[in-house]
Structures are given as structure tokens and as C-alpha cells.
Design a binder for this molecule. Structure first.
Ligand code: M6R
Length: 611
């Protein structure tokens, strides 16, 4: 997803921009560029591919100046190429723009601008912005930007420079993230905090419909109508080293290993000292008992891995609190006219808190009178700010595109919330609640135990990496985890895989099973074990090669599989928080065996801020 950095101060801006962009690489991108005020005016350099390509151009011919904007692009309109990379200029080359988001009415705007004599060089929607601003410029860049954005429809975070006012950097936010970093004699813009953390810890978070005017000496926050905004800066107290690899080969492996800590952090302040109750603050879920009783149904809405967490969340809430739950993929939710009333609680789940489809679903829910609870990993994200209640998953920054610790802490979020509802509604006895909490508290150590067996998984992954197709099967919660295991494998190893509810295989897919096709069979649900074993037999009879994931000490299951990986025993409801860990490792090692870029898989972005 596109990343923006901007600088105004006294340092060599090229260095600040490249450093900031390197911290945004994790978002995924296909090209990069910078614009800097030099003694020749606004100069732009851009390059398709990795940031290193741009860096080598800048090494050969540096851009010397102390004000600039930079961008990593993730293509939406127009293929990845030098010319489609940002920054974009108008045709006088006096205005330069970087943009994250999509301008929905760009085609109409472009046609009108061409009609008035503007000449375009790229296929992007962004280029219309620089032309529009140039056209609206009557001697005041702030007013020109305000007039230009009034004509635009869609999502945009913008950084704007003009040669006419070379002591100003303009930032605008509407539905795409943008923050302002405040320094001494220097100020910054960025798509997120890690991009600025080497320079400042004092941050303004821009809201939708707001802009900032940065000079060397200060920052003014304004509405798009021009009204001044007074706001305190937010001080970042976490360290950049927490976002670095800490000795692991890849961020993904580091993040898999951080799960025990992430579980503990997410649970710790939310479990009473006696270990018998879940405690949520009013900001986390501030409804009274009467209001909770008035919830008739719950919709869980999310994308990708977060959606898979939602599938587990559905079972958890229905089982513990006996409230009917529907789970939807966010990009489908709005368009199926969901029945949302004031008695509906909508839970949106998003690691980044910026996923456009999830945000749109949240807005749809609120428009229809539902209350919204967000489960997210990013404090101050759009989802967190717009929801009524927020359960933050304290996973820490997740850099690898493939989500691991964010997913498992989302599961913890659902367990905590399900227990909180159960206790309030008295749908479970205090004993069941205390027993579940005790089992949850054991999860971090159990994950640690699984991680010590990583080499077993590595050996299986190296075998799997030789295949082009494989299957995951499971019943109940094992099916939900199978979907996540399959997504993880596809995402980073590029091996085609499908996940099926075990009982569904015989309704069609069994035709694909022949000699040596790998089938990963999850069987952690004790009450479903017999039925799962029957489905495994159906696969074995057709020559399939079974890799079983079961619980420790289950001899029944071990007799029916070619390889067995076991996880420590826990309550059936909690097994997803353990069973997914070997599947994460399997995907990781299969990706390594295939020589892929684990942390930045092809075609994918960390934060998907377009619909
Ligand atoms: O930031 P979000 O949790 O809203 O992102 C949702 C999906 O884009 C994300 O989970 C995606 O599926 C991951 N890359 C999967 O590993």
C-alpha cells in the first residue's frame, strides 16, 4: 500500500525521505520516488521496483535541498512504471504531489482538465491532483489545495509542494492515514509512526477532512474549510527496535515467536487478579447489562486473516454467550443489504485499522444505528477512532505482510469478549468462566512448547514445498483454522492450497485426491475426532498423504496419518490459538524452501487502504 513521507527543515531532505520510505517498505509497494526543492527548482526522481533502485539513482545524481516529499507506490490506476510512480507534477512543473488512496472521479476530472489544455503523462488518478491544484492556484497554496480537494471524490492522504511557496509543505487527509511529526526547526509528514521515529516522537494524528501547513518553525492544523484546529501532540513511547528483526532472519519468524508475549500482553490487564473474571474498561466495551441484554444479534466483519479470526469469534461468542452471530467478508457486507438494527452489535476486526473495506463496513453499520466494537492492533487508527468501543490487541507492530501475531491476538480478543458477555448475561457458570480463563493463561507457555518443535515442521515444509497443490481439512473450529493455514501458505509460498470442511470433501473435491497429494488434517476437536478420522480414511483410500495436527496423547488419531504434529492439550474452544502456530511455521518454511521473499510476498500489501 502506498506510503508517504515529507520533510521540511535543515537536513539533507533526500536522506530523511529515503530513511522514512525504507520504514514504510513493509506496507508493500512496486515503485518509489522523491521530489526535492533544489537550487534548480522542484526536481523529481522515481524508479520502478525496490527502493534500492531509487537510492542508486540518487547516489549517482543527488538532489540537494532541505524540503521534499517521498512516496512508495502500490499500483491501483496504471501499471507499476517509472512514469506512474509518484511524486506527480502539473504540466508547468511548479506543483508536486504524493498521494495514498483513490480518486473515484478522476476520469471526469481528467477529461475536464484535458479539455482546458492540460497535458497528462501518466495513467494514474493522482496526476489529476497536481493539475487541479495548479489550476486553482491564485497566490495561496493552502487555498488552492482546499479548492482542489473540494472537487475530488474518494480517499486521499496528500503531501503537496509548490515552487511558488518553497517554505511550505502541505498535508491533507481524507480516508487514508497521515500523521505529522513535530521537531525543532523541522517538521515531517508520514503514513505511519515508524517512518518518523528516527527523528521525532511527537506526533499529530490528522483526522479525515483536515489539513496541515508545515514550515520549518511550526505546524498549523486546519479544517478543509480553513478553520484553525487546536490539538495536543501525541508522544510515542515505544521503540523502533521493537519493529526490527531482533536477530531473526525475517520479521514473520520474529512475529511468530513473539506470540507468547503478545498473548500475555493482550490478556494481562483484562483478567481480574483472582483469575475468575474478564474486566473490560468502558472504552473497551461500555454497555450496561441491560444494553447487553438488548443485543439481538452480532455481525463480525473483516478481511483476510482478520476474517478468519472472526470465524473463530463467531463460534466463541455463540458458544459462550448464546447470541446469534453472522460473519462477513467486509468487501461483501455492504452490498448484501445486511439487516442491521439498533439491536445489532457489529464487531470489526482489523490488524492495521486502516483496511478500506472494513472501514466502509463500520460506517455502514453506524449509519444503520448499530453499535460498533473494533478489535484492532493500531491505537489511533481510523477503525479505532470511528468505533464506539475498542479492544486493542497488544501484539506490537506487525511488519511481515503475512499476519501471525495479529491473528492470534484477535482470537484472544474474542475469547475475552465472549467470556465478558457470558459473565454479564450469566450464560455460563462462574466455574466454566474461571476454567476457561485458567486455560487461556496457560496458552503462552503452550505456544512456547510448540515453537521448540519448529524443526519437525521445517522438515514437513521442505517436502510440501515440492508440490504445487495441497489441501487442508478440519471440522468445526479446525475448519476455521484450516482456512487460515491455507491462506498463509498461499500468501507466502505461492503453493496452491484449498481448505475444506472435512465432511465436504466427498461432495466434489475428493476427485482431486490421487497418489501422494498432501492433505493437512486438523483434528483437535475431541467431540469431532471420530468423524474426522472417517474423512481422513476417505483420503487415504485414494492415495492422499496425510499430515495430521492433533492433540498430545491421542493414539486414535496417530494411527491414521503419515506424519503427526501434536499440540499441547487445552479446551476445545481454545485450540485455534495453538493449532494455527504449526501452520504459520509450515507456511514460513515452505516459503523459505522455495526461495521467496517471505516478508514481502508478491502482489500483496500490508495495509490495504483501497476498496
Ligand atoms: O489490517 P487488516 O487486519 O484489516 O488486514 C486484513 C487483511 O488484508 C489481512 O489480514 C491479510 O489477509 C493478511 N496479509 C493475511 O496474512
Amino acid at each position: 500500500m502506498c506510503g508517504i513521507v515529507g520533510y521540511i527543515g535543515n537536513r539533507n531532505s533526500q536522506e530523511v525521505l529515503i530513511e522514512g520510505l525504507s520504514k514504510l517498505e513493509y506496507r508493500g509497494y512496486d515503485s518509489a520516488g522523491v521530489a526535492v526543492f533544489t537550487d534548480k527548482g522542484l526536481e523529481v526522481k522515481k524508479a520502478k521496483g525496490r527502493l534500492a533502485n531509487l537510492e542508486s539513482q540518487l547516489q549517482d545524481s543527488p538532489l540537494k535541498g532541505t524540503i521534499g516529499i517521498g512516496h512508495t507506490r502500490w499500483a491501483t490506476h496504471g501499471k507499476p512504471s517509472d512514469v506512474n510512480s509518484h511524486p506527480h507534477l502539473d504540466d508547468t512543473h511548479k506543483f508536486s504531489v504524493v498521494h495514498n488512496g483513490i480518486i473515484e472521479n478522476y476520469a471526469t476530472l481528467k477529461e475536464e482538465l484535458i479539455g482546458r489544455g492540460h497535458v497528462f503523462v501518466s495513467q494514474t488518478d493522482t496526476e489529476v491532483i497536481s493539475h487541479l491544484i495548479a489550476e486553482e492556484y491564485k497566490g495561496n497554496i493552502v487555498e488552492a489545495v482546499q479548492r482542489a480537494v473540494r472537487k475530488m471524490r474518494g480517499a486521499y492522504a496528500l503531501g503537496v509542494l509548490t515552487e511558488y511557496e518553497p517554505d511550505k509543505l502541505i498535508a491533507v487527509r481524507n480516508a487514508s492515514p497521515l500523521i505529522i511529526g513535530v521537531g525543532e526547526g523541522e517538521n515531517f509528514i508520514g503514513s505511519d509512526i515508524p517512518a518518523l521515529l528516527n527523528y521525532t516522537r511527537d506526533i499529530y494524528i490528522l483526522n479525515d477532512g483536515e489539513m496541515a501547513v508545515l514550515t520549518r518553525d511550526g505546524v498549523e492544523l486546519l479544517t478543509l474549510e480553513g478553520n484553525f484546529i487546536s490539538r495536543e501532540t501525541f508522544h510515542v513511547d515505544w521503540d523502533l527496535t521493537t519493529a526490527e528483526k531482533a536477530g531473526f532472519d525475517h520479521f514473520m519468524l520474529k512475529e511468530i515467536h513473539e506470540q507468547p508475549k503478545a498473548y500475555r500482553d493482550t490478556m494481562s490487564a483484562r483478567i481480574s487478579e483472582d483469575g475468575k473474571r474478564v474486566v473490560l474498561t468502558p472504552a473497551e466495551f461500555g454497555l450496561s447489562k441491560e444494553e447487553i441484554k438488548d443485543i439481538h444479534n452480532i455481525h463480525i466483519v473483516a478481511c483476510g486473516t482478520a476474517y478468519h479470526a472472526g470465524l473463530v469469534g463467531k463460534s466463541v461468542i455463540e458458544k459462550l454467550a448464546r447470541i446469534p452471530v453472522e460473519t462477513d467478508v467486509a468487501s461483501e457486507y455492504r452490498y448484501r443489504s445486511p439487516i442491521i438494527t439498533k439491536h445489532t452489535l457489529v464487531i470489526v476486526v482489523s490488524q492495521s485499522g486502516e483496511t478500506a473495506d472494513t472501514l466502509a463496513a463500520l460506517r455502514e453499520a453506524k449509519k444503520n444505528g448499530a453499535r460498533v466494537l473494533a478489535i484492532t492492533n493500531v491505537v489511533g487508527s481510523s477503525v479505532a477512532r470511528e468505533a464506539d468501543f475498542v479492544i486493542t490487541t497488544w501484539a506490537g507492530p506487525e511488519i511481515a505482510v503475512a499476519s501471525t501475531k495479529a491473528y492470534t491476538t484477535q482470537l484472544i480478543g474474542f475469547y475475552l469478549f465472549g467470556l465478558y458477555l457470558a459473565e454479564t448475561l450469566e450464560t455460563q457458570t462462574p466455574e466454566v468462566i474461571a476454567e476457561t480463563i485458567a486455560a487461556m493463561k496457560a496458552l503462552p507457555e503452550q505456544v512456547e512448547a510448540i515453537l521448540t518443535q519448529s524443526d519437525d515442521i521445517k522438515a514437513i515444509a521442505e517436502e510440501i514445498a515440492k508440490h504445487e497443490d495441497l489441501f487442508f481439512i478440519g471440522r468445526g473450529l479446525d475448519y476455521a483454522v484450516s482456512l487460515e493455514g491455507s491462506l498463509k501458505l498461499k500468501e507466502i509460498s505461492y503453493i496452491h492450497s484449498e481448505a475444506y470442511a472435512s465432511g465436504e470433501l466427498k461432495h466434489g473435491t475428493l476427485a482431486l485426491i490421487e497418489d501422494n497429494v498432501p492433505v493437512i488434517a486438523l483434528a483437535t476437536q475431541e467431540d469431532l475426532l471420530e468423524k474426522t478420522i472417517s474423512n481422513i480414511q476417505e483420503v487415504v483410500a485414494r492415495g492422499g498423504h496425510i499430515i495430521g495436527i492433533g492433540e498430545d496423547g491421542n493414539p486414535d488419531f496417530s494411527r491414521h496419518v503419515n506424519h503427526l504434529f501434536t499440540i499441547p492439550r487445552t479446551l476445545s474452544l481454545l485450540t485455534p490459538a495453538l493449532a494455527v502456530v504449526p501452520l504459520q511455521l509450515l507456511a514460513y518454511y515452505a516459503s523459505i524452501a522455495r526461495g521467496n521473499d517471505v516478508d514481502k510476498p508478491r502482489n500483496l500489501a500490508k495495509s490495504v487502504t483501497v476498496e
